[in-house]
Design a binder for this molecule. Structure first.
Ligand SMILES: O=C(O)c1cc(=O)[nH]c(=O)n1[C@@H]1O[C@H](COP(=O)(O)O)[C@@H](O)[C@H]1O
Length: 247
């Protein structure tokens, strides 16, 4: 398996949910030149800017999380993973609901690529935009969101995934009740007073860390702020403060 989260920067992934590479680059230029925050490139930007631009971002020294949420037959996911493995990104995502064989196929593809720093695989459990009502009545999965997340996390362990993406409501619980083996990566992060928008299972950065999240994904709370760097630094400072409290 792969170890990610080895640098402090990777405690906070900024979701670069922008329409073009120009917009993303303009945003990143707001940071001091020597600073390379950890960034997440999702579908919107990847489809617009393409893999070469992602590789350039890696070359420029940014830790990159490529979030493409793969979900297809095992063969297709294995081939897609192969294509991504050489980009130098730290991690990518696939939907755990794609099943064990699909995740194992991705695992084997990463193992075969045998790069110096293998790309970590994160299994997305239940999206943070999903709540119990939606999960039960629209998607047809019975029980609580936690039950479903636990089941998918167990599947992720069996398929040798490096971590899971879940909400702050499940991160700590996974550690105590399911496994300590999986890295927990938590989106659905909002600062107090922020609009949740389409997110349903939301938490503040501080609460998510206190509850056991290893890494956070923060999009609009940073990207839509009038001073994104200040918001990012404030979240970083909260992490540093929590570390001091724990010592
Ligand atoms: O895999 C993800 O990153 C992800 C999983 C999930 O369950 N929920 C979720 O919001 N995300 C991503 O995290 C980011 C959240 O963005 P904001 O809601 O703007 O902070 C987006 O890029 C989503 O695609």
């Amino acid at each position: 398996m792969t170890s990610i989260g080895s640098t402090e920067a990777e405690r906070i992934w900024i979701a670069l949910d922008f329409a073009s590479e120009e917009e993303a680059e303009r945003f990143l230029q707001r940071w001091p030149q020597e600073v390379r925050p950890a960034v997440k490139v999702g579908m919107q930007l990847f489809y617009a800017a393409g893999p070469r631009w992602v590789a350039q971002l890696v070359q420029a020294g940014y830790p990159v999380f490529l979030d493409l949420k793969l979900h297809d037959i095992p063969h297709t996911v294995a081939r897609a993973t192969e294509s991504l493995a050489h980009l130098g990104v730290r991690c990518t995502t696939l939907h755990a609901t794609g099943g064990r064989a699909m995740m194992e196929a991705a695992r084997e593809a990463v193992d075969r690529a045998s790069s110096e720093r293998p790309m970590a695989l994160l299994a997305v459990t239940q999206l943070t935009s999903t709540d119990r009502r939606r999960m039960n009545s629209e998607i047809g999965i019975p029980g609580s969101v936690r039950d479903s997340v636990a089941k998918l996390a167990q599947l992720a362990i069996q398929a040798r995934m490096d971590g899971v993406v879940c909400s702050g409501e499940e991160a700590g619980w996974i550690k105590t009740e399911v496994t300590t083996e999986l890295l927990t990566v938590v989106p659905g992060i909002r600062l107090p007073g922020d609009d949740p928008g389409d997110q349903r299972r939301v938490m503040t950065p501080e609460a998510a860390w206190r509850d056991g999240a290893d890494q956070l994904v923060v999009g609009r709370s940073i990207t839509q702020a009038s001073d994104p760097v200040a918001v990012y630094q404030r979240i970083q400072e909260q992490w540093i403060q929590l570390q001091k409290e724990e010592r």
